[in-house]
Design a protein around this ligand. Structure first.
Ligand code: ADP
Length: 607
């Protein structure tokens, strides 16, 4: 019990270990799958952002390059040079018309001319309320850069119009030095519209980090990352984003990640992954962002699937393992069963062997008993023969001596009487010997013939009649089948009937006066002769033995115990049978059954 309890506890503990190991494996593989899928997703996202940035970069650069030549070309025009040399009204009017024409054809937002003091002399929008003419832009970097370096470019919100644009400028040189500056203002908002329509979260920030173009309107004029103080001062001085509170707004990210992908999380907005690239030589930053939640969701899905698959594999493995265990257990059980069966079989074989030996011993015992019984029977027979023969012999001896004495005394009558007694004694001995001879010659087949059974019964009755009368026993015969024939030997069948009648007389006489009834009847194809006596009946304990040779309950000298055994043997020779049953009203009933001869059967049918 203790061992079993121990193994149960061990099994429970190993089940726990398996559970913990399985959970760890599932979680570990799921986590690994999440990490791999997430990294792959982020890489993919970074690649998509890179592609998008490359496309946008080309768009931005081509937008700028489109107008790069224009300021210089303007500075070479005679009308422009004439105006800068002598600013008469007629020339102003002529150049205004020329600039308006150039702006229309080049699709520039505005084209204008500034004198060396920063004052706008002519502009393509000269006839609009937002005309640049007369305004001084000497503070704008695009003017100072052009004066100092020959060229300038600058993105800013127009101080006159409030409309943002990209300003490209070129110094106009005269024979005596600076004549003025030609400026082209380019509207870059179409880029913004393209991004917005494509749903792209792409934007462009200036060198300081202020977003000036974006597909997301909310991001415009907002710092991309935390501004430096020096940049802040410059922007204020240049009035770059005039009218917009660029400093009061939070930066989109704290700083751009050196790895190339910056994660952006804003309250109330989905998490984003952002990538940025520098547009040289302007120092602008083109950036684009995409939602990173799908990557995370996809990674979670992959982790879930991997975890589930691992779990399924583990369960399948467990199922297989348990099936193997079950099969092994069944095989073990079968083995145990087979062992038990073979043990039982060999035990049975031993038992059978034992029984055979016992039977053999029993048979030997029976044989020796039979042998002993035969010897006893032989002894009984010898005693009976000795008694039957020696008693008449000594009587004969005495009788013959008496006869001799009577003869010497000339008493002839007495002598004759003694001789008669002697002859009677001899007859008695002959009778005994005759019955023994009958027994010994039983096997010799005597010729059989159709015998009227009733006739044989009558003859047997006549033979025993005197004895019955002597013993005060009355005989009667009820012949219900007078024509019944049996194929037997008449003498031998009569002997059977006499034996049975003598036994019945003995039994009936032992009870005092009585009646013996013999009945002959037919039952089917057999004739039945029944001898009903008024004797004591047959006790159960001798019923089985009474037909055995030499079995007798009579005193020595009165019976040899051969009558019934000889009768039964004779009947069996003719397919007959002998049986006993209690007689109605007490006593015994001996029943002789004989097959009817065919002739008699025909006779019976004829009757
Ligand atoms: P015996 O008559 O010489 O003894 P049997 O073989 O004729 O030999 O009979 C054997 C025994 O069967 C008898 O000793 C007797 O005990 C018993 N027996 C036979 N017939 C009857 C009967 N009608 N009633 C009672 N007992 C009988």
């Amino acid at each position: 019990m203790q061992l079993r309890g121990g193994s149960v506890a061990l099994r429970a503990r190993s089940r726990w270990y398996f559970g913990i190991a399985a959970t760890a494996l599932v979680c570990g593989l799921a986590a690994m799958a999440y990490s791999l899928a997430h990294d792959a997703g982020i890489d993919r996202l970074a690649g998509q952002l890179r592609d998008r940035l490359t496309l946008s970069q080309h768009a931005v650069e081509s937008e700028i390059e489109r107008f790069a030549y224009l300021p210089q070309v303007l500075g070479e025009d005679e009308r422009v040079l004439g105006l800068l040399a002598d600013a008469s009204d007629a020339r102003v009017h002529e150049v205004n018309a020329y600039l308006a024409n150039v702006a229309r054809h080049a699709q520039a937002d505005a084209v204008y001319l500034i004198d060396p003091n920063g004052l706008t002399l002519a502009a393509s929008n000269w006839n609009l309320p937002s005309s640049f003419v007369g305004h001084n832009y000497g503070f704008r970097p695009y003017f100072t850069d052009a004066v100092e370096h020959g060229r300038g470019d600058y993105y800013a919100v127009g101080v006159t119009t409030g409309v943002p644009g990209y300003f490209l400028s070129s110094r106009i040189e005269g024979p005596d030095g600076l004549l003025g500056v030609a400026v082209v203002k380019v509207d870059m908002s179409p880029l913004e519209r393209v991004w917005a329509e494509a749903g792209e979260m792409t934007g462009l920030a200036d060198g300081a980090g202020i977003v000036f173009l974006s597909g997301v309107p909310n991001w415009r004029y907002r710092p991309l990352f935390a501004l430096r103080d020096v940049d802040r001062d410059r922007i204020e001085t240049e009035r770059r984003y005039d009218g917009n509170d660029v400093f009061g707004r939070l930066p989109l990210v704290n700083a751009l990640d050196a790895s190339g992908l910056t994660h952006m999380t804003e309250e109330g907005a989905p998490p984003l992954a952002m990538s940025a690239m520098l547009i040289d030589p302007k120092g602008w930053r083109l950036f684009s962002a995409m939602q990173s939640a799908p990557v995370r969701d996809e990674a979670r899905l992959v982790a879930g699937v991997v975890g589930l698959l691992t779990l399924v594999c583990l369960l399948l493995g467990l199922y297989g393992y348990q099936r193997r265990q079950l099969t092994r257990w069944k095989l073990e059980q079968n083995g145990v069963l087979e062992r038990r069966v073979s043990e039982r079989t060999s035990a049975l074989a031993r038992e059978v062997e034992e029984r055979k030996r016992t039977e053999e011993e029993l048979r030997q015992t029976q044989d020796s008993l039979i042998h002993a019984a035969k010897l006893a029977a032989l002894g009984r027979m010898s005693a009976a023969i000795v008694h039957e023969v020696s008693q008449p012999l000594s009587a004969l001896d005495n009788t013959l001596a008496a006869a001799g004495l009577h003869a010497r005394n000339h008493a002839h009558d007495k002598s004759i009487a003694s001789i008669k007694v002697g002859r009677d004694l001899l007859k008695r001995m002959q009778r005994t010997i005759k019955s023994l001879r009958t027994f010994s010659s039983r096997a010799k087949a005597l010729p059989s013939e159709p015998v009227v059974i009733g006739q044989s019964v009558v003859e047997a009755l006549e033979i025993v009649m005197s004895q019955a009368r002597e013993r005060k026993v009355f005989l009667s015969f009820d012949n219900k089948a007078p024509s019944a024939l049996a194929s037997v030997n008449a003498v031998r069948i009569e002997q059977v009937f006499i034996n049975l009648l003598l036994n019945a007389i003995d039994a009936t006489a032992s009870m005092g006066n009585g009646q013996i009834t013999v009945q002959l009847r037919q039952a089917g194809s057999r004739a039945l002769v029944e001898f009903h006596d008024a004797g004591p009946g047959i006790p159960d304990e001798i019923a089985d033995q009474m037909t055995e040779p030499f079995f007798t309950t009579k005193a020595t000298g009165e019976g040899l115990g051969l009558g019934l055994s000889i009768s039964r043997a004779i009947l069996e020779d003719y397919d007959g049978a002998l049986s006993f049953s209690p007689a109605p009203g007490g006593g015994a009933c001996a029943i002789v059954s004989l097959p009817l001869a065919q002739h008699s059967a025909r006779l019976v049918l004829a009757e």
